[in-house]
Ligand binder design. Structure first.
Ligand SMILES: [Zn+2]
Length: 304
């Protein structure tokens, strides 16, 4: 996005690697943490592939979650140990399990499988190691703590580097698009709880994989985080408004609440279906929306 995102930035022993495309998908910002005893690379992106020879050899690869763009550089570091949250670990163990994270039907799934293999250099690693909330990697003079923040995927985790004061947010990416919870292994309400949790973390620097890059100070972070979270509320308000007239789930999907109608996104239908089903479940439970007839929903009069 900005020129800023294209240059390396160093915070103590942590380097946020610049990306020439400013972290725009399929690219992203990778972190390198160089301790006295060990070096860790976090979410090695596609861009790392072009410059791996110039980087210190990592002993550990840490992934915030098992999505194609975040593991695209993993295969460069076959001699390092690989670490992911236990809940996402199956995805790095086999491509079949990785496909379950997304949950796409054929024929789209076959195309995605090929893309992940060829464009994102997927390599299965059945001996990758699980981490869980609270685990700490001590690299000598610097450590990385795991903060489990599910919602985007089941295992999505933020990583706090101390004493550098860098909180790596992964795909809590603070973008104007808003939170993405459109995969089979996504969960809207988990995402909301995770947003509330990271909001309380007082770091000096907050780093996202995509676009934004590095935000300085909690105040600026909270402002961006609240804007990011507000997208969830806006989607829900638009859904409630739409359902003032009864509509079938298929019509909700076609109407587009996550993507704009003109966005040429081949996977829009399943993502809209999964994302908005999460909202529907919540609204049905609260009694704000009722199922008027099978698959047809409407907002209860007076609900706002
Ligand atoms: Zn992701």
């Amino acid at each position: 996005m900005s020129k800023e995102g294209s240059v390396d930035r160093r915070f103590g022993r942590t380097t946020v690697l610049g990306d020439p495309r400013g972290g725009r998908y399929p690219h992203g910002h990778t972190l390198l943490v160089e301790g006295r005893d060990a070096v860790a690379i976090i979410d090695p992106s596609l861009g790392v592939r072009a410059r791996a020879a110039g980087l210190p050899r990592p002993d550990l690869v840490l992934n915030s979650h098992c999505h194609e763009d975040h593991i695209a550089g993993n295969s460069l570091f076959g001699s390092a140990s690989w670490h992911l949250h236990a809940a996402d670990l199956p995805g790095i163990g086999s491509l079949d399990a990785m496909m379950e994270i997304y949950g796409y039907a054929e024929p789209f799934a076959a195309g995605l499988r090929e893309t992940i293999t060829l464009q994102f250099h997927y390599r299965a690693r059945p001996d990758a190691k699980p981490f869980v909330d609270g685990d700490r990697f001590d690299l000598g003079g610097v450590s990385i703590r795991v903060i489990h923040t599910p919602g985007h995927t089941r295992g999505h985790s933020c990583l706090l580097v101390e004493p550098d004061g860098v909180l790596y947010l992964g795909d809590i990416d603070l973008s104007s698009f808003g939170p993405y919870y459109g995969d089979a292994w996504s969960d809207l309400e988990d995402f909301e709880r995770s947003l509330a949790r990271v909001r309380e973390i007082d770091a000096r620097w907050y780093a996202t994989f995509h676009h934004v890059g590095v935000v300085e100070g909690r105040e600026a972070f909270v402002e961006r985080l609240d804007r990011f979270a507000a997208v969830i509320r806006r989607r829900e308000e638009r859904l409630l408004e739409f359902l003032r007239e009864p509509h079938h789930l298929d019509e909700i999907v076609r109407h587009r609440f996550v993507y704009r109608p003109q966005d040429p996104v081949p996977w829009a239908d399943p993502v809209e279906r999964r994302s908005m089903s999460g909202h529907l479940e919540r609204l049905l439970r609260e009694g704000t929306v009722v199922e008027a007839s099978p698959g047809v929903f409407r907002t209860v009069r007076g609900a706002d």
